[in-house]
Design a protein around this ligand. Structure first.
Ligand code: ZN
Ligand code: ZN
Length: 323
């Protein structure tokens, strides 16, 4: 029996009479990572890889603590933002000059995670916490620009890559929420609707909210931006979009919390997380918990669009790209 079934989009459709949805939903710094940690602990209970999900739950909880301790960081001023004119996001991941504070966040995370990491990764995490700034900045460039070949060569294992990416997530989340508070109106639409309007990173998944509103969830800063349903998040085609979901073993059961949107025009896919069915669902956590969907689509030659910084692996696109 096939794991996947095709069909019409599930969930409510967008209705013309509904009010225009907010374009941007910013991360909630008081609970964005702790809510993810809770979801990961829940998903680990029925997972084929519970240890990895529990590790990610500990990491998300440590990210929450790190975010709450994160110092104020330099931000672009209003004059710089005015020059961008919607062509670039205000905090572009691919060219932003990172403040040293992110390195301190990384060192704290690497130390905190040593007791939760698999035995084989603890020494590597300790080395990561002690590494020189230049080395860590190079690793960050690898993560943000998608140079997984070098990482696979042995310098940064899966656990260390997740911790390093976790520090970058905390840093960008801090910047986005601080910028929104300091300069109201600084964050909004940019020319490229397929990447995050705050930092330019790719989405990890779509999140479907009430009334069929679809948001793309940024893999890096955690912002969500609105994109209408039935549109490819990669090539923006509105034709040839199909939806697939895990087939319940007995053909019945609850509707799944994760679907896949496949574009036949560019042969890319992006998962859809149904937050309107389960308000504990999380864009990153629910993606991590459904690797079988990725395996089946990759077997069919359909390329993944979403990037998950907790599990950077072959086949994922770069987190961000040059403008
Ligand atoms: Zn972003
Ligand atoms: Zn497409």
């Amino acid at each position: 029996m096939s794991l996947l079934r095709s069909g019409a989009p599930e969930g409510a459709q967008e209705k013309e009479e509904l009010p225009e949805p907010d374009f941007l939903r910013l991360p909630q710094p008081g609970q964005c990572f702790s809510a993810r940690a809770a979801r990961l602990r829940q998903l680990a209970q029925n997972s084929a890889q519970p240890q990895f999900l529990r590790f990610c739950a500990h990491l998300a909880q440590a990210q929450q603590q790190t975010l709450e301790e994160f110092p104020a960081v330099p931000l672009p001023d209003a004059d710089v933002l005015a020059q961008l004119d919607g062509k670039l996001p205000p905090l572009p991941a691919h060219l932003y000059a990172r403040a040293p504070a992110w390195l301190e966040a990384l060192r704290h995370l690497a130390q905190r995670m040593q007791t939760h990491a698999p035995q084989g990764s603890r020494a590597a995490l300790a080395a990561l916490a002690r590494a020189r700034a230049e080395r860590l900045e190079t690793y960050a460039d690898w993560v943000l620009h998608g140079a997984r070949g070098e990482r696979a060569a042995g310098e940064l294992d899966e656990i260390c890559a997740a911790v390093l990416a976790g520090a970058l997530q905390v840093y960008w989340t801090r910047m986005v929420t601080d910028l929104a508070r300091r300069i109201p109106g600084a964050l909004g639409r940019i020319r490229d609707a397929t990447c995050c309007p705050c930092c330019g990173a790719l989405p990890v998944t779509s999140v479907l909210r009430g009334a069929g509103q679809r948001y793309l969830h940024c893999a890096l800063c955690g912002s969500q931006w609105h994109m209408e349903r039935a549109k490819c998040s990669h090539c923006e085609s509105t034709y040839g979009i199909t939806y697939q979901a895990p087939q319940p073993a007995d053909g019945r059961g609850q509707a799944p919390s994760v679907q896949v949107e496949v574009c036949s025009a560019c042969r890319h896919y992006l998962k859809i997380v149904h937050a309107e069915r389960d308000d504990t669902a999380d864009a990153l956590a629910d993606d991590l918990a459904t690797p079988t969907l990725d395996a089946r689509l990759n077997e069919a030659g359909i390329r993944r669009r979403g990037v998950n910084l907790m599990r950077l692996c072959e086949g994922m696109p770069a987190v961000s790209r040059a403008a």
